[in-house]
Design a protein around this ligand. Sequence first.
Ligand SMILES: Nc1ncnc2[nH]cnc12
Ligand SMILES: [Zn+2]
Length: 350
Amino acid sequence: MFKIPHISPARLPELLRRMPKAELHIHIEGSLEPELIFALAQRNGVSLPYPDVESLRRAYAFTNLQSFLDIYYAGASVLIQEQDFYDMAWAYLQRAAADHVVHAELFFDPQTHTARGIAMETVVRGLHRACTDARAQLGVDATLILCFLRHLSEEDAFATLEQALPLRDLFIGVGLDSSELGHPPEKFARVFARCRELGLHLVAHAGEEGPPAYIWSALDELKVQRIDHGVQALKDPALVQRLAQDRIPLTVCPFSNVKLCVFPDLASSNLAQLLDAGLAVTINSDDPAYFGGYLNDNFVQTFAATGLNAHHAYTLARNSFEASFVTEAQRHDWEHQLKAVFESFSEHDF
Ligand SMILES: Nc1ncnc2[nH]cnc12
Ligand SMILES: [Zn+2]
């Protein structure tokens, strides 16, 4: 076991910013900043129901998940050309590099685009090209996870999978997102079974607004390897035991939970309780352009509000590597970098 050196609380924010980390829950369409929405709208001749950037930003006052999704899908309507998808992902990956994100698994929602007549290939090739350039030019390792929209039908999800199969090598897994309540994971059991046969990694949003029963069915019916959000798990002690025992990672998104009124404020986040329960928790930004900050902002402000310390920081960064869909060798390399950063902070303390 690595002995965490003493690090003064005053230097904790800088440590949080500097430590290498993985981001495993970021919807790339949720990284579309208002400025880029307006630039792409102009480039593509799309008209928006807001006169300017400021009035669009003012509309980002959400009361629940659905109130956010309505505006998030409207924002994505400016994405038309392959280059638009590239520009969106590239902007995120530059910010990720600045936050010392060494690995990112990007969610994308193809049905949002194919329903508007955009080809699957346009979406995936644009995003994939940005991931390739990020590796070469930014040193950020980035991969793609295709998410099915759960408010749409099983049939639509199967059709989406069919469209994506010629591009199978350009994404590593599938997820499940969009409106949770009323759309339990088991609705997609057969689609996920097929994806499992195809060797894809499996994740699903569950227990964001929905009950612990949705987390159970994501595990037992979909057989997912990670739970996205999962913050409602604490309502069910048997579920917490199961998550701990199987070391199922939870990709928790503190800013998102506050903006979507899951918790009243950051201090009410249950991150510390989830960690104390021995769960493999990670911190993520979800939809940073809509929720007020990127990954390091989530780390720094959540730590300040909840009183987490350097031990928690190390655990969270380590968990992010453990939960990543990468090779053991890659994981070890990043853990080594993580230890080096912690040790460098200890030296400067004296
Ligand atoms: N937080 C979230 N929950 C469900 N679906 C989403 N799509 C984008 N962000 C989401
Ligand atoms: Zn999400």
